[in-house]
Design a protein around this ligand. Structure first.
Ligand SMILES: [Zn+2]
Length: 226
């Protein structure tokens, strides 16, 4: 039986790192919506890394270049192409960055039934809000050369180590901005999680500690799945 995994978690949860590790160690096809969308814009390539469906790619690139959100129905088509491109008899796939809405989650359930895919395990990397804020906020950026200094190593107004400019905190890196973005993310994606959790095996992974700790927890949970 293939190991199919839907990975959930906000930016700052360590989801991307864990997704790459799991895909690498288990030989899973890593289907990342971020990578698919970037490829559409950058190369005009389809989701499976080939020429794909040129019309679909053009349409997606135009939406992203206009700064708009890719609508659910187009997102579904892209995911369908990506999952349909996974060869039969492979070890499985790992879906990263999708679904983000309840309609996408419902669409995924129908799609997997239609493709005859083995039921996925849904893994949510859970990290408390304040820890994510701590991880993602506080960086200081030189307003002259753009050199970035990690949080805690300097304060606003300190001189830059690279040029004769000074360090300032970008709006995006302020704790309150990160906190707000995280609240919006959780509120918007919760319905998708609820739909999946009601249908498939759902596991919440403690995302605190070192990346190796989290990798170990994921391995244990999957081993328990059999
Ligand atoms: Zn500088």
């Amino acid at each position: 039986m293939a190991l199919n995994v839907v990975f959930l978690g906000p930016p700052g949860s360590g989801k991307g790192t864990q997704a790459e590790r799991l895909a690498g160690s288990r030989g899973l096809w890593h289907v990342s919506t971020g990578a698919i969308l970037r490829a559409c814009v950058r190369d005009g390539f389809g989701p499976d890394g080939t020429a794909g469906n040129p019309e679909l790619v053009r349409q997606t690139a135009a939406i992203l270049k206009a700064g708009q959100l890719v609508p659910d129905d187009l997102m579904m088509v892209l995911i369908r192409e990506a999952l349909a491109a996974v060869p039969a008899g492979s070890s499985g796939w790992l879906l990263d960055g999708f679904p983000r809405t309840a309609p996408q989650a419902e669409g995924l359930i129908s799609l997997l039934a239609e493709l005859g895919s083995d039921e996925p395990v849904v893994l949510e990397i859970f990290v408390p809000n304040e820890e994510i804020v701590r991880r993602l906020s506080g960086r200081l950026t030189c307003s002259t050369c753009g050199h970035v200094t990690a949080a805690g190593l300097a304060v606003e107004g300190d001189p830059c180590r690279v040029c004769d400019g000074h360090l300032a905190m970008r709006e995006d890196d302020r704790p309150e901005t990160v906190r707000n973005r995280l609240a919006v993310f959780r509120e918007k994606t919760r319905p998708a999680k609820d739909v999946l959790a009601a249908r498939y095996r759902f596991e919440r992974i403690d995302g605190l500690g070192s990346p190796n700790d989290v990798t170990q927890r994921i391995a244990s949970v999957l081993a328990a799945a059999g």
